[in-house]
Design a protein around this ligand. Structure first.
Ligand code: ADP
Length: 312
């Protein structure tokens, strides 16, 4: 029996992600948690004739605990969108508090669950999650999914926003494909700022939700398949490197304890980190320098928040 939970299930990412998880044959039970609207979303999805049993929970009557109890996998897109007049820092503080609260519940009622964090800013919310789990003594390895192409695969390392994202086009597979020099900078920019492209195209009506839901689903599906024993599943994942075999040397090299590299998934979640830094090009080295500078600050912000949350 596999129980999956989505926390933030009524949102722009949460709803399509709930739909995909409802269709997933690897899921027997799907619990939806949000501060609003989960009874409605669950009722709607219950009309789909797939096997997963679906339930919706709200905060009342300790709904968070009831939803997450004994879960095998918990996916967290919960948060609030940025409103006019809000700074990034305001957004960070609110989403950081939401993620911290959800992880505390997860640590208590589902200490063995795989936890996938989608809530932004991921560069800081994943460190918060890891610190909370470490403090509770339930930490194994924290993971957050990332999108990769379905036919061409380009390892994307580093963090999850802007310059912290580093595509390694020199390690594209199948090999033999090279990016012309005059197209390189523009392509890197598209990878790093792809989210902005969607915000612009939606013109005030939101951000990337459907593609993000699919990326989250794809990642969750691989985690569940690996947990069942399927071999050879590798996915770029933003993880706590010292907690993953092979990760320590990458952490030492980059100066970042949290960093995305191709991670081999297995029954214990993140099982092996691949060091792809050995063969990077000069151009990629420059991207990596810019990445680690920004990423270190993002990580420190999350770790500091986890230990000293602002008093209300
Ligand atoms: P996105 O586009 O990133 O999915 P949304 O704002 O549409 O952003 O969705 C975020 C969801 O998270 C909303 O449905 C919101 O109600 C939910 N949410 C906010 N705070 C919490 C919380 N503490 N626990 C669970 N869900 C939450």
């Amino acid at each position: 029996m596999v129980k999956a939970v989505i926390a933030g299930a009524s949102g722009g990412i949460g709803q399509p992600l709930s739909l995909l998880m409802k269709l997933c044959p690897l899921v027997d039970e799907l619990a939806l948690y949000d501060v609003v609207n989960t009874p409605g979303v669950a009722a709607d999805l219950s009309h789909i004739s797939s096997t997963a049993k679906i339930t919706g929970y709200l905060p009342k009557d300790d709904g968070g605990k009831a939803a997450m109890k004994d879960a095998d996998i918990i996916i967290i897109p919960a948060g609030i969108p940025r409103k006019p007049g809000m700074t990034r820092d305001d957004l960070f503080k609110i989403n950081a508090g939401i993620v911290k609260g959800l992880i505390e519940i997860a640590a208590e009622v589902a200490p063995k669950a795989f936890i996938l964090v989608i809530s932004n800013p991921v560069n800081s919310t994943v460190p918060i999650a890891a610190e909370v789990l470490k403090a509770k003594g339930t930490f194994v390895a924290e993971i957050a999914g990332k999108k990769t192409g379905s036919e061409l695969t380009v390892p994307v390392i580093g963090g999850h926003s802007g310059e912290t994202i580093v595509p390694l086009f020199s390690q594209i597979s199948p090999s033999g494909i090279s990016i012309p020099d005059d197209k390189y900078d523009a392509l890197v920019n598209r990878v790093q700022f792809g989210g902005d492209e969607v915000v612009k195209a939606k013109d005030g009506a939101g951000s990337a939700t459907l593609s993000m839901a699919y990326a989250g689903y794809r990642f969750a599906e691989k985690v569940l398949k690996a947990a069942k024993g399927e071999k050879g599943l590798v996915e770029p994942s933003f993880v706590y490197l010292p907690g993953v075999p092979g990760g320590k040397e990458i952490a030492e090299k980059t100066g970042c304890d949290f960093f995305s590299v191709p991670i081999e998934l297995g029954p214990n979640g993140a099982e092996k980190a691949t060091n792809v830094l050995g063969s990077i090009t000069e151009k990629e080295k420059k991207l990596l320098d810019a990445c680690t500078t920004g990423l270190k600050d993002n990580i420190t912000k999350g770790v500091t928040f986890a230990h000293n949350p602002p008093q209300k």
